[in-house]
Design a protein around this ligand. Structure first.
Ligand code: SF4
Length: 213
């Protein structure tokens, strides 16, 4: 039977991506092979509890909401994550997956919305980007850049243009909270007429960095 290591399952408002604002059950899987400098979920690097797939599905159903987000850590670091995503989609949940972009996304169920990071230089993990993943993104998916500084911005714009990312799916530019001034990033996007969506992390505005939010 498929088992997964789980840090937490909780109900909150989706703070990011196209489904921002929807009541959403978050399934946070334990473990991540990356160490981004701005990581806000270091508590998910280890620990957690091993749970069976049916037990996870029961808990998700009990919240009685339509949106489910599988996150981490890096959820794809656990092979059984693929089975979890498929099982949630089979139950007609609106399922999204938050992934670092460092692991292969080719086998993710196409009913699942992939929200895939491309790590910027200032994250310290840009060398982990698996650019082959871009080929596997569908129009309903999203690519997210977390921008820390001017250099990250120019790097992200370069990639946006070289790879034609905005023609493939929506692209999100998000300021690293407490590091990049959001207004400055918003103004740059407007001045450069970038075909990207600016986003602030709603859950942090509402609740700060509290785990389980
Ligand atoms: S990929 Fe996500 S969970 Fe992993 S270190 Fe980076 S920000 Fe943290």
């Amino acid at each position: 039977m498929d088992k997964l290591r789980i840090t937490e399952i909780f109900l909150s408002l989706q703070g990011e991506s196209r489904s921002v604002g929807w009541p959403t059950v978050f399934v946070r899987l334990t473990g991540c092979p990356l160490r981004c400098v701005y990581c806000d979920t270091t508590y998910a690097f280890s620990g957690g509890e091993t749970r069976s797939l049916p037990a996870i599905l029961d808990e998700v159903r009990a919240y009685r909401v339509r949106h489910v987000c599988v996150t981490g850590g890096e959820p794809l670091a656990q092979p059984a994550c693929l089975a979890l995503l498929g099982a949630l989609a089979d139950e007609a949940f609106e399922v999204s997956l938050e992934t670092s972009g460092a692991l292969d996304v080719s086998a993710v169920d196409p009913r699942v919305v992939k929200v895939m990071d491309l790590k910027t230089p200032s994250s310290g993990e840009a060398h982990r980007n698996r650019y082959e993943n871009i080929e596997w993104l569908l129009p309903h998916d999203q690519i997210k850049f977390v921008i820390m500084d001017e250099a990250d911005y120019h790097w992200a714009v370069g990639l946006l243009n070289e790879q034609g990312l905005a023609e493939r799916c929506e692209v999100l530019f998000s300021p690293a909270m407490g590091v990049q001034d959001p207004k400055d990033l918003a103004e740059k996007i407007l001045a450069d007429r970038l075909p990207v969506r600016f986003q602030l992390q709603l859950h942090k505005i509402l609740w700060g960095d509290e785990p389980g939010r």
